[in-house]
Design a protein around this ligand. Structure first.
Ligand SMILES: [Zn+2]
Length: 193
């Protein structure tokens, strides 16, 4: 699940470019940090977990917290966005926020591997046509160099039979938090879509 945070009333240095190239648009986003904050679920959930930990209930109410975990357009107003930024900055200064990030990363690192659910731990799977409509990709033969129906290396675990648990994909990082703080200060409130 992807999350787009959109500034409600962002402080802008430039007008948003019309019909711009991708590079121009990326440049605009770098210069106008309150306009838009892009985060896929692996990044956004950890950010919002940290926000919840430190800003609930002093800044955010139950509805706000819940709204942050869904991408259906919930709005955090400017007053709260600014308060979140201030609160997170303070928790960085006290060291509390870094501690949480380190604990989460340590926890994640210690989680044992899991048996690969695609090959059931064997490291091999039948060469077959793969359909992934969600990824907007045409059906394809798993290993094009081998005949269909033979056993080939499992592409999910790369033949090891083991995968990292899904919890380890969540990324706790100080640089993500710092980017989010900049966004909060410049967005004029944001919607989560
Ligand atoms: Zn596998």
């Amino acid at each position: 699940m992807g999350f787009d945070l959109i500034g409600v009333n962002p402080k802008l240095k430039d007008n948003p470019p019309q019909n711009s190239s991708r590079e121009e648009y990326e440049e605009f986003l770098r210069e106008n940090v309150g306009y838009y904050f892009r985060a896929n679920g692996w990044y956004w959930r950890p950010i919002w977990n940290i926000v919840t930990l430190f800003c609930y209930p002093s800044i955010l109410n139950n509805e706000d917290v819940e709204g942050g975990f869904y991408n259906d357009g919930y709005v955090i107003n400017e007053e709260k966005a600014l308060a979140i930024a201030e609160c997170l900055e303070e928790k960085i200064l006290t060291g509390e926020l870094i501690n949480v990030i380190e604990e989460e990363n340590e926890y994640s690192h210690k989680l044992p591997n899991e048996c690969c659910n695609i090959c059931e731990g064997t490291g091999v799977r039948k060469n077959e046509i793969i359909e992934e409509p969600l990824f907007d990709r045409e059906p394809y033969l798993l290993d094009e160099n081998q005949p269909e129906g033979t056993l080939v290396e499992c592409n999910k675990c790369e033949g090891t039979g083991q995968i990292r648990p899904v919890e380890t994909f969540y990324t706790y990082s100080l640089s993500c938090i710092n980017d989010f703080i900049k966004f909060c200060k410049n967005c004029g409130g944001f919607s989560i879509a």
